[in-house]
Design a protein around this ligand. Sequence first.
Ligand SMILES: [Zn+2]
Length: 352
Amino acid sequence: MTEDVRRCTRCTLPDYYPNIDFDENGVCNVCKEHDSKYSNIDWDARKNKLEKILNRYRGKGEKYDILVPFSGGKDSTYTLWTMKHVYGMRCLAFNFDNGFLDPGALAFAKKAASNLDVDLITYSPSFNLLKSVYKRALEATGEFCAACVVLMPTAIFRAADTQGIRLIAAGFSDMLEAPPAGSCIDRVRFKSIMKSVIPLKKLKWDYFFPSWKRMFKVKQINLPDFIEWDLPMIYETLNRELDFGKSMADVRYDCLGTPHSSFLIKSKTGIGKYEYLYANMVRSGVISMDEALKTVDEREPKTAPEGFEEFLKSLDCDISILDGIKEKSIHNFKGRNTSIRRIAIKLREMLP
Ligand SMILES: [Zn+2]
């Protein structure tokens, strides 16, 4: 990466990251926020809390105690392994296909579930429905990931609810994978984006929760909030126990739409997905700065990635969606009142 770009001396985030600030040592504000959030965590206390939660659910379901969203990637595979082997939970693994799932990831998910002796269900919503939502999202906001951010938690909730499971254990690491501030979408905003084009009745099951009461009956925990997410140890465990066949250097996405979404987001904001996520990894000490910059240089599409036009065509769109993309944003649509949103999240996080 030969360039005249100023980068955070700790995490590599560049000066074109929206609203970035550097202190006198060249450390960025995102690093500062990270430290205030993640330093001083009492992991022993967190682990005790996890045990208490799991004790309340173990043996309580008819067939399953817990649902584990399972993509076949390192985080969800390690979560499934831990829930089954460390905590003795009766797990149902839930694999979700957003229409772009890498077939290799699904093949591994099947193999791993069978090795773990865990039931696996896969849900693939009709591609016609997904396509209409992705197309509208692309045309209105210049990106399509937001549609999935709404779709996936709903699908996971529906799977737990219909199977009578009251606890979901996900492997989402907030520290490593939280999206950039301001890029999150709530269901009110999603509705405002979709409503003029797609009848809400068609979206109801896959994109919206049922009543609040029913929704709050199903709780969710994220395992990386309770135990230290030590990636070298995770890879070592998975390769030893499940023939995972990947190493730290293979960090990649199971969604085949990622290079395209990264390119679109880069076209809109200046910074792509890979560059942002690799900075997270540097900040958390998972990889070195040089490795991150090299990988981003190789993987972050600088021009439209290979197969971009075919990808757009598969969504009934074309290259004209790039016209005026900088002005398109989810924030041009009305979202949920932030304090209501905060309360809703708090309520969901409260455990019975
Ligand atoms: Zn930084």
